[in-house]
Design a protein around this ligand. Structure first.
Ligand code: KG4
Ligand code: ZN
Length: 346
């Protein structure tokens, strides 16, 4: 069975063709990222206009790359939310029209569920190291993206929320710290890269006090970075010393954030007595998080599953994959489907 996936929750416009559950026939992603760079963050109006301009093109490219015709496809899966309302509406309207025109079922996918599903897409074994044959019956999920940081417990098809961030999301903290350091947008990839050249012990960031055992907080560290940079600028730091400082801050920030994520996730896995952890969302691309969570989990007999690097960012393959699951459970959408910018996972 061929499924068309459509993802337009934020700044990416993506369309994919998935064969069965695990064969990627195509995955076209058009990003409006460069258009947002001058503003240091996503401008919703620019993002939604980009989706509108691109949706037809990414759809026809996805069919072309997959070497299929629209009429060969048996299912349409679309992101219902959460995300930016203008962007979401483009995908939802397009998908409804497509499903109506083709006479095939429509399924509405939660973007966050889809991120966690990415860790099980091995593309028929072509993505080395990604689990495909055995999805664990019970696991702890760590969703780390630009808008969310959430720890969940999954058993069969039920999900329970264990904790979430009380302020900024992990990806948002990366983006804000990069802005303070003058490193542009998005912050995650550039801070991850610079970290490798800096000293992770240069600055000791204080761990936030948390009332919730599985809760997170990232706004304190962002403010600490801001004060630190302002203090150095007041002292009249030289351009070359500023470059070294950028690297040290990047490394110390990344070290602290990853340590908090790893500690809480392993604690949750131990409390829930699970042997598997599943990570998803843009921050799951982070090199230190991948390294540390896998290594420290292994010491406790826990396996950590990460998506293939090509699927950590927003993409329509994960939407199609989750859509197939929902279709099999007969959770189809109807013509009343509307975009839900605040859709929750649990
Ligand atoms: O999941 P995603 O593509 O969009 C949302 O659904 O929010 O996540 C985007 C976020 C951005 O905040 C970006 O800075 C972050 O993921 N990100 C990273 C890395 N690559 C992307 N954060 C840390 N390290 C990375 N390597
Ligand atoms: Zn996302």
């Amino acid at each position: 069975m061929l499924t068309i996936g459509i993802e337009t929750s934020c700044d990416e416009t993506s369309c994919a063709v998935l064969e069965g559950q695990n064969r990627i026939r195509s995955n076209i992603v058009s990003s409006s990222l460069l258009r947002h760079v001058p503003y240091g963050g996503i401008v919703p109006e620019i993002a939604s206009r980009h989706c509108l301009e691109q949706i037809d093109f990414v759809f026809s490219q996805a069919l072309k790359q997959a070497r299929v015709k629209a009429k060969d496809c048996a299912l349409v899966a679309v992101t219902e939310g959460p995300g930016l309302i203008g962007s979401l509406l483009v995908g939802v309207c397009f998908a409804k029209a497509l499903s109506y025109g083709l006479g095939v079922p429509l399924v509405a996918v939660n973007h966050l569920d889809a991120h966690l599903e990415s860790a099980f897409i091995s593309n028929e074994g072509k993505f080395k190291g990604v689990l495909s044959s055995r999805k664990p019956a019970r696991y702890v999920g760590l969703l780390v993206s630009g808008g969310h940081t959430l720890l969940t417990y999954h058993v069969k098809n039920k999900v329970k929320k264990l904790g979430e961030t009380v302020d900024d999301a992990a990806g948002e903290a990366y983006d804000k710290v990069a802005k303070i350091l003058g490193l542009g947008y998005p912050g995650g990839p550039v801070i991850d890269r610079l970290s490798r050249e800096g000293n992770p012990r240069a600055i000791a960031f204080t761990k936030p006090k948390q009332s919730q055992r599985f809760g997170f907080s990232f706004s304190g560290i962002k403010t600490a970075v801001l004060y630190y940079v302002e203090k150095q600028k007041k002292r009249g730091i030289s351009p070359s010393a500023f470059k070294t400082m950028q690297k040290d801050i990047a490394a110390s920030f990344q070290h602290a954030v990853v340590q908090w994520l790893v500690e809480k996730t392993l604690d949750a896995a131990e409390v829930q007595r699970v042997k598997d952890i599943v990570v998803g969302g843009g921050v799951s691309a982070n090199s230190l998080l991948r390294e540390r969570l896998a290594a420290e989990g292994l010491l406790r007999g826990i396996t950590t599953h990460f998506p293939h690097l090509s699927l950590t960012n927003d993409n329509a393959v994960m939407i199609a994959r989750r859509g197939v699951d929902l279709y099999k459970r007969k959770q189809w959408a109807d013509w009343t489907l509307a975009a839900d910018p605040n859709l929750k996972m649990v």
